[in-house]
Design a protein around this ligand. Structure first.
Ligand code: ADP
Length: 719
């Protein structure tokens, strides 16, 4: 009989083997009586087996004990794991009461095991989470496990969020239903989630409320998000439509790829044609930029559009305004150029003004017409290219556009005659002028005529208020030139008359005066012995008076002669005229021990040398004459160059003049002293003034009583 190896037997098998061996021994003991030899052998075999058996049993018992120790160790380890786990563990019973809790669990609830054990778990969750907890345990019962987010309330301090995970436990956890519940504090995660949510809400709000139209587009060119402004700008269809539709409207389809390649693109404003009934054309400014996320390739691009129609309209209006301002500026510039035209010859001035304004208006003809009965005569004109029109040509008044301006009393401007209400005007039929701008000219209160500019072609732009104002101002300026011209002519005429009168009067007066003084002398000679002393005295007075009167008349004659027989103007070296004047005065200069110095070279001017010599002779002569008794006269002559003129100054160290008389002294026969004190008639400075006037210059004085006087003479620059 072969037996299996004892080593491979279980304890139970060994025990039953033992039992069968003992039975066998008993059987053997009984049979020993029948055959001792055989039985003896069998018996010792069985005994041996029994010994082996027992040894085996002992070993197994030892192993079992060791295993038990191990199990206990493992149990302790698991117990430690349970106890010291950072996650809160709770064992929950059938009534959802806490049977056990680990340290972390107690920590979470802020209570000792004694205050937790046997208490319903419900006590430790926030009121708002209680329903969730019930549902949680119900689910564990039904499905063996559940996971729920809810809020725990510690003994002290605020509630905090946890994830509750429960698994139903198997039997072996004492009688009844049990589950193991873990609670994990997710305050930090929750906080991060909240922050994310908040920033998401914030982003949404900004995105939605932004006045900029925005769309987020993915790599398939599909719209992911659009905001309100986008819908408002592009309409509802655009929301569903591919962004390409919008990109094509702003002419930037190709650029989307740029965004996905990580580049931002800006599109200059474009005019997008309006659609539908209420669609208006709009200016749209666009941007496109990639939406980057850390460490991830770009999957979305933002398309931003701004309706800049209002801004653009303002810009355009401003540009237009600027253009009109610069035209106004040009108008003013032309006007100032016109008003700066040299005043010498009014006819030339008017023609030049017409040319300047015509060029500025870019029209081919400009003219000043004067009303002459029922005709309009061209007084001045400027044309380009030159036409056959000549000054003096006259037109029937009704056949000119100028009649329109004169009838209306204001500027008439027609940009394109054929399209205007005046298309059937006789002037159009006669001359075919397409553009016209003209203004009436009033000299004083009466209508003189009109100034106008015209062309055979329509004007290249609408005449505006600036052009009209230019014409009004030009008409006024022309009127002032014409008035000035009339006054000048009148003045010249009356001057000639006056001079003639003064000449004739002084010339004719000398004759009777000579007669008077001749007879007074005769009376004295013939009746000398018959007359008494008083009569002689009277005769002397009469002769003196006559002599003085003769002197006055001679002076007046001289005054009236100035300019009458004037030599033609020529270049004059003032240095020479001054030297001549000094030479003429040499006797009185040396008599008074005087000194005349020219301190810088005198310029050359255009004028009459003889008159200019006389001018300096009068000034230097006065400087010597009106000297202070106690000091010798010192005369200094200097010159200063100005942009358009020379100012020559004759200064002395004489008696000076009261400021009250600074202008009166230039009048005829105006004197500040008696002839007894300073001889003279008071004509010298009047002559100076007349000479200077004829040279288009100026003369003035400044002086200090007792210190000296300076006469300044300003003469236009010579050739
Ligand atoms: P007249 O010398 O013959 O009196 P003017 O016309 O030359 O006439 O001068 C007018 C007046 O101006 C003089 O009477 C004199 O009072 C004053 N006057 C002119 N020149 C000078 C001067 N250099 N210094 C002071 N007074 C002057």
């Amino acid at each position: 009989m072969t037996r299996p190896s004892y080593r491979s037997m279980t304890k139970e098998q060994l025990e039953s083997e033992n039992l069968s061996l003992i039975n066998e021994i008993e059987t053997l003991r009984k049979s020993i009586k029948s055959g001792p030899g055989e039985n003896q052998r069998k018996f010792s075999e069985i005994l041996h087996n029994l010994q082996v058996h027992q040894e085996e049993l002992r070993t197994q018992n030892e192993e079992l004990r060791q295993a038990q120790v191990n199990v206990e160790q493992i149990g302790q380890r698991y117990r430690d794991l349970f106890e010291y786990s950072p996650v809160g563990y709770f064992i929950i019973d059938d009534n959802y009461a806490v049977l056990d809790a680990n340290i972390a669990g107690m920590g979470m609830l802020g209570r000792t095991k004694g205050r937790i054990a046997g208490k319903p778990f419900l006590l430790f969750v926030e009121k708002s989470s209680r329903q969730d907890l019930d549902a949680h345990f119900a689910e564990v019962k039904a499905l063996r496990r559940s996971s729920t987010e809810l809020w725990l309330t510690p003994d002290q301090g605020p509630a905090f969020p946890v994830i509750l995970e429960s698994v139903q436990l198997g039997d072996g956890w004492g009688g009844g239903w049990r589950c193991l519940t873990t609670a994990m504090n997710i305050t930090d995660r929750k906080r991060a989630e909240l922050a994310l949510q908040e920033s998401e809400t914030r982003f949404r709000a900004i995105f939605e409320q932004s006045p900029l139209a925005m769309q987020i587009v993915d790599r398939q060119s599909l719209s992911r998000m659009t905001n309100r402004a986008w819908v408002k700008l592009w309409g509802d269809e655009a929301r569903a439509a591919s962004p390409q539709a919008v990109l094509s409207k702003i002419g930037a389809e190709e650029q989307l790829a740029e965004g996905f390649a990580g580049r931002s693109v800006e599109f200059p404003p474009v005019l997008v044609a309006g659609e539908g009934d209420k669609g208006e054309d709009r200016w749209v400014h666009g941007y496109l930029y990639p939406i980057r996320q850390q460490g991830v390739p770009i999957t979305e691009v933002a398309l931003v559009n701004e309706d800049v129609t209002d801004r653009k309209n303002i810009e355009l209006a401003l540009a237009e305004r600027g253009e009109s301002l610069s035209r106004q500026y040009e108008n003013l510039r032309v006007l100032s150029e016109i008003s700066a035209l040299p005043p010498s010859n009014s006819a030339q001035r008017l023609s030049e003004a017409l040319a300047l304004a015509r060029q500025h208006l870019d029209l081919s003809m400009g003219m000043i017409g004067r009303i002459d009965g029922n005709r309009l005569t061209i007084e001045h004109h400027s044309t380009s290219p030159a036409t056959e029109i000549a000054d003096g040509t006259s037109f029937d008044l009704g056949g000119t556009y100028c009649t329109l301006a004169m009838e209306q009393g204001d500027v008439v401007a027609i940009t394109h005659m054929a399209l205007s209400p005046y298309a059937d005007h006789p002037c159009y039929r006669l001359h075919g002028l397409e553009s016209y701008i003209g203004a009436p000219i009033y000299v004083g209160a009466s209508l003189y005529g009109a100034v106008s500019f015209s062309s055979l072609t329509p004007n290249h732009r609408q005449f505006d208020d600036g052009d009209k104002e230019l014409l009004r101002l030009l008409a006024r300026w022309i009127a002032s030139v014409l008035e000035e011209d009339a006054i000048r002519r009148e003045l010249a005429r009356s001057n000639i008359e006056l001079e003639q009168f003064a000449y004739v009067a002084s010339h004719d007066l000398r004759q009777p005066l000579r007669q008077i003084s001749g007879y007074v002398s005769l009376l004295e000679r013939r009746y000398s012995d018959k007359l008494d002393a008083e009569a002689h005295e009277f005769i002397a007075f009469a002769r003196d008076g006559a002599t003085r009167m003769d002197r006055l008349i001679a002076d007046l004659l001289e005054f009236s002669r100035i300019g009458r027989n004037a030599k033609p103007v020529a270049p004059v070296q003032l240095g020479e005229t001054v030297n001549e004047a000094i030479a003429n005065l040499s006797a009185s200069i040396s008599e008074t021990n005087g000194r005349v110095q020219v301190i810088n070279p005198l310029p050359m001017v255009t004028g009459n040398a003889m008159d200019l010599t006389r001018l300096f002779q009068n000034l230097i002569g006065n400087a010597i004459k009106y000297r202070m008794e106690e000091r010798s006269p010192e005369v200094i002559i200097s010159t200063e160059a100005k942009a358009m003129s020379h100012v020559i100054t004759v200064s002395d160290n004489g008696i000076g003049i009261e400021p009250d008389y600074f202008s009166t002294i230039f009048g005829v026969f105006k004197r500040l002293h008696t002839a007894e004190k300073y001889e003279g008639s008071g004509i010298g400075l009047a002559i100076c003034k007349k000479i200077i006037d004829q040279h288009n210059g100026r003369i003035w004085v400044d002086s200090q009583i007792g210190k000296g006087t300076s006469f300044h003479v300003e003469l236009p620059r010579g050739l």
